[in-house]
Write a protein that binds this ligand. Structure first.
Ligand code: E4P
Length: 220
C-alpha cells in the first residue's frame, strides 16, 4: 500500500519525504500552512516525488476544468482534487479526456465512489474519520469500495482519507486499499512501539558492559 502525507506543511513533508509516495492537500490544509496556495504547491513539488493533490474551489464544472488546467501546468505530478458532485463528475469526465489526473474527494458512500470510477477519476478519496465522527464505522465504506472496484475491474485507485490514527492505516492496508493519506502526527505514531524503545535502551546498556579493545598508540 502506498502512503501519502495529508499535509501542506513543507517542514513536515521534508521530514517524512523518505517514506512517503505522494501528498494530498485541501483548502483547509493550505490555510493551516499560512501561505499562498501556488507557493506551497510549487514547493511541495520539489519535496515529494509522487502524486500531489491540489483542490479546486469552483462549484461549476467549467470553473473546475479551468482551475484544473492551470494546476496541472504547475508540475507533472499534480493531481486535481474535484469534489464529489454532479458538476464534479462532469469535470472529471472532461479532464480524463484531456489526460489530467483527478482525485474525487469528499466521498462518503459506495455509490458516490462507483460514479467517480465510472466518470474516470484517477483516485477516489473516502473520508473515513468524518464518518467515524458520526458514530459510523468509516472503514466499512473502504471495504465496500474495494469489493465494487474488484467486481468490475475499475482502475480508479482508492485513497483512504480523513485518517485519525495508526489503526485506521492498518485497517486500510488489511482491506487492500491502494493508498492511505496520513497526517504527519499519525505517520510518526506508526513508527513507534514502546518495546522498540525499551529494546534499544537495553541493547545500549548491555553494549556498555562489553570489554572494549584498547587502541594502540602508533610510534613514529
Ligand atoms: C484528504 O485528501 C483530505 O485532505 C483529508 O484526509 C481530510 O481529513 P479531515 O477529515 O481530517 O479534514
Amino acid at each position: 500500500m502506498k502512503i501519502f502525507a495529508d499535509t501542506a506543511i513543507t517542514e513536515e513533508l521534508r521530514d517524512v519525504a523518505h517514506i512517503i509516495d505522494g501528498c494530498t492537500t485541501n483548502p483547509s490544509l493550505i490555510a493551516k500552512s499560512g501561505r499562498k496556495f501556488e507557493d506551497v504547491v510549487k514547493e511541495i513539488c520539489g519535496i515529494v516525488n509522487g502524486p500531489i493533490s491540489a483542490e479546486v474551489i469552483s462549484l461549476e464544472a467549467s470553473g473546475m476544468i479551468n482551475e484544473a488546467r492551470k494546476l496541472s501546468k504547475i508540475h507533472k505530478n499534480i493531481v486535481v482534487k474535484i469534489p464529489m458532485t454532479d458538476e464534479g463528475l462532469k469535470a472529471i469526465k472532461k479532464l480524463k479526456q484531456e489526460k489530467i489526473k483527478t482525485n474525487c474527494t469528499l466521498v462518503f458512500s459506495a455509490n458516490q465512489a462507483l460514479l467517480a470510477a465510472k466518470a474516470g477519476a484517477t483516485y477516489v478519496s473516502p473520508f473515513i474519520g468524518r464518518l467515524d465522527d458520526l458514530g459510523e464505522e468509516g472503514i466499512n465504506l473502504v471495504e465496500e469500495i474495494v469489493t465494487i472496484y474488484d467486481n468490475y475491474g475499475f482502475e480508479t485507485e482508492i485513497i483512504v482519507a480523513s485518517i485519525r490514527n495508526a489503526n485506521h492505516v492498518k485497517m486500510a492496508a488489511m482491506i487492500g486499499a491502494d493508498i492511505a493519506t496520513v497526517p504527519y502526527a499519525v505517520i510518526k505514531e506508526m513508527m513507534k512501539h514502546h518495546l522498540t524503545d525499551k529494546g534499544i535502551a537495553k541493547f545500549l546498556e548491555d553494549w556498555n558492559k562489553v570489554p572494549k579493545a584498547v587502541e594502540k598508540k602508533q610510534s613514529i
